[in-house]
Ligand binder design. Structure first.
Ligand code: HEM
Length: 407
């Protein structure tokens, strides 16, 4: 079923353009040179009324820093019935949420999870280490972040299928109903039904924690307070909903980008095998180069705004920002096409910037570092499986499906 984009609200129009038309201009499998081309053409792309994209670091930073001019309080059609917290909330309320949440995701707390994260990674590696090959996407990248979430949320391992099903229903509805691939209404149907299940699922988990608090993150959501204020049950549910969307595919997709890179750059792979201490800077550099979350959620201009390049963006326009382009902008990274695992200063914005900068960045880093360390400890030499050199990169975030590795 075809939908006329001009009948849709600008943020949804922008999201549809990002999914359907933009990949022709900036292909997701190799976006870096096209990003620079967009920057050299002015760094701003306005494909239709009410929709704009920033590509240069300067314009993207401007949007990120001026949250009062570009509101994130937009309705995203992801099966949710209320705004996602804290992504679709503007300051000052947003700052209150972050004050409550930031300490729960601080680096120290994430350090404490490291052994548990490593044990979960090894459980998947055990399944294929002796086979000499794996479908890295399906057998590791897709499952591992959900397994880590089970630990974080105090859920047993056998809830993995449920979590994956809920995630798929929101982010990959075509896996639940193939008709959702091309039919927008079928897509929204699966998302709506799954959304209802997501609220029910977390509601019952929260009921259980209310009667017996533990040390897991759900219990902390219930008890955390700032200035004597706690989050309401609805607020916690809206937060959990966002976690399902923001915290799983982002890590899965990053892993497929990073392992595709390492499998095709043996000298870089050898660099981290020889010196595992380089993994943290290598992860930062691959986050910069790959930028698995290529675009931010659309922000809406709260009034007519003049950008630093003199262009006026009309009130109501949905403005999307390209983190990926900003990360190879020659003004910020004069040697941006050199992927250097020992890069010391790396001001990339793969985790966003401004007030909505990723809440889970420390957890994500831990997951990526541990996954890379454990995999290379046990499987130091590997390549794309012969016959599978052609990488498949469908729309969505940047990722590679069916990444076949052999050793
Ligand atoms: C490598 C993995 C990840 C990447 C690349 C990533 C990237 C991002 C980016 C770019 C944003 C900003 C979006 C925007 O401003 O439009 C963001 C926000 C967010 N991310 Fe992540 N993310 C990752 C993993 C995670 C994980 C594991 C969690 C969960 C713990 C998480 C939770 C969030 C939340 C809650 C927000 C919204 C923050 C706010 O609005 O204040 N992310 N992420």
């Amino acid at each position: 079923m075809d939908l006329d984009p001009m009948l849709l609200p600008p943020p949804i129009r922008g999201m549809m353009y990002t999914q359907m038309a933009l990949p022709n201009l900036v292909p997701l499998d190799r976006p870096q040179q096209p990003y620079v081309d967009m920057i050299e053409q002015g760094g701003l792309h306005c494909p239709m009324d009410g929709v704009a994209f920033t590509f240069s670091r300067e314009l993207t930073d401007f949007v990120l820093r001026n949250h009062e001019l570009f509101s994130s309080a937009v309705d995203l059609p992801l099966g949710n019935i209320r705004p996602l917290i804290p992504l679709n909330v503007d300051p000052p309320k947003h700052s209150l949420y972050r004050k409550i949440l930031d300490p729960l995701f601080a680096p120290k707390r994430m350090d404490a999870l490291e052994d548990d994260i490593a044990a979960r990674a090894n459980r998947f590696i055990d399944n294929f280490v002796d086979r000499g090959e794996c479908n890295f996407t399906d057998e590791f990248a897709e499952l591992f972040p959900s397994a880590v979430f089970l630990g974080l949320m105090g859920l047993p391992w056998d809830e993995l299928d449920t979590l994956m099903e809920l995630r798929n229903g929101i982010l990959h509805p075509e896996r639940i109903n193939p008709a959702a691939e091309d039919d927008v209404m079928a897509r929204f149907g699966v998302m709506g039904e799954t959304g209802q299940r997501v609220y029910e699922y977390f509601n019952s988990q929260l009921d259980a924690r209310e009667s017996s608090l533990t040390d897991d993150i759900l219990s902390h959501f219930i008890t955390a307070e700032v200035d004597g204020e706690r989050m309401s049950r609805e607020e916690i549910l809206d937060l959990c909903y966002l976690f399902l969307i923001a915290g799983l595919d982002t890590v899965s997709d990053s892993l497929t980008c990073m392992f595709a890179y390492l499998a095709t750059h043996p000298e870089q792979r050898q660099f981290i095998v020889d010196d595992p201490d380089s993994i943290p800077t290598a992860v930062e550099e691959m986050l910069r180069w790959e930028s698995p979350v290529p675009y931010g959620i659309p922000r809406v201009a709260t009034r007519d705004v003049e950008l630093p390049n003199g262009t006026v963006i009309a009130e109501g326009t949905a403005v999307s920002i390209s983190f990926g382009a900003a990360n190879v902008d020659p003004k910020e990274f004069p040697d941006g096409f050199d992927v250097r695992f020992d890069r010391e200063v790396n001001r990339h914005i793969a985790f966003g910037g401004g007030v909505h900068r990723c809440l889970g960045s420390h957890l994500a880093r831990r997951e990526l570092r541990v996954a890379i360390a454990e995999f290379h400890r046990r499987i130091p030499t590997y390549q794309l499986k012969p016959g599978h050199e052609q990488l498949e990169s469908p729309t969505g975030l940047r990722h590679f499906q069916n990444l076949m590795l052999s050793w």
